[in-house]
Write a protein that binds this ligand. Structure first.
Ligand code: MN
Ligand code: MN
Length: 277
């Protein structure tokens, strides 16, 4: 990963990256299980220096723990293993950073983070509200991530950026709890104020990007952000929040024969590692 700059998990590190190649709950087009491998491969092809942040991954403290071995066809058992991996990272003093996999992995990651950090706040970047109580017969769906997260993180401690698709009920919930915000300078400044010194879990569903820039995802949604909105989020918000865990999910590399989706995902990973590690 990143031309060998990732440390082995046995060496000291602040951020522990691991793959969670789950796509059992994807409702439309699967293939997210190939996301971690595609992000790693693309990461070797991009620069390790960020001109916007003026930082280089050579100076960042992160390890790559490889991919978890997940049981196929048993989402509950897979989430169990993902939650354990996050807990082990926390116990070792590292921030877990999971590469999906479909968004359901975040259910286990947020639960583990909330157990570790009772004052946890949750920031979601996503095209979708993910507030369905259940979807395609399971409550552990990638469409139910925030519904499950809201069972362990109070709605007042959740913010959702980039959402542009959902049911009438999902929009009513977001309005009632004031969770929805965006990428304008003022909104990002307000987000930083809202987070304060509290620990934050950051989940990035890559379909927050417009399908023009990131077509390789299972449920693309027109009207998304471009790279510069994301870069603004990293520089003006993420870099100023106390992020204790994160994930990057929903890349389905097989759906993008040009490979640009994986490159964008790897670049997003680089920027986030530069502010976390
Ligand atoms: Mn989504
Ligand atoms: Mn999602």
């Amino acid at each position: 990963m990143f031309e060998g700059l990732a440390r082995p998990p046995s060496a000291p590190h602040r951020v522990r990256v691991f793959g969670a190649p789950l796509d059992g709950t994807a409702s439309f087009r699967p293939g997210q299980r190939f996301g971690p491998a595609a992000i790693r491969a693309a990461s070797d092809e991009i620069e390790t220096y960020s001109p916007v942040l003026d930082r280089d991954l050579a100076d960042a403290s992160f390890a790559d723990a490889g991919d978890l071995e997940l049981p196929l066809g048993d989402a509950a058992a897979a989430l169990e293993r993902i939650g354990e991996a996050a807990e082990v990272a926390f116990a070792d003093g590292a921030a877990p950073f999971a590469l999906g996999g479909d968004h359901a992995i975040t259910i286990a990651l947020v639960r583990a983070a909330a157990r570790r950090h009772p004052r946890l706040r949750l920031v979601q970047l996503d095209a979708h509200a993910d507030l369905r109580d259940e979807w395609t017969g399971t409550r552990l769906s990638h469409a139910s991530v925030i519904a499950r997260a809201a069972e362990c993180v109070d709605a007042a401690r959740i913010r959702q950026l980039g959402v542009r698709s959902g049911t009438r009920e999902e929009y009513a919930w977001m309005r009632a709890h004031g969770t929805r915000t965006g990428f304008a300078h003022e909104e990002l400044a307000a987000l930083v104020d809202w987070a304060g010194e509290d620990p934050v879990y950051l989940t990035v569903d890559l379909d927050v990007f417009d399908p023009a820039f990131l077509p390789g995802t299972g449920t693309p949604e027109p009207g998304g952000i471009d790279w510069w909105a994301f870069q603004r989020f990293v520089k003006e918000a993420a870099a100023r929040m106390r992020i204790v865990g994160a994930d990057l999910v929903e890349l389905a590399p097989g759906l993008d024969p040009t490979g640009r989706s994986a490159i964008l995902a790897a670049k997003a990973l680089r920027e986030l590692l530069l502010v976390l590690a």
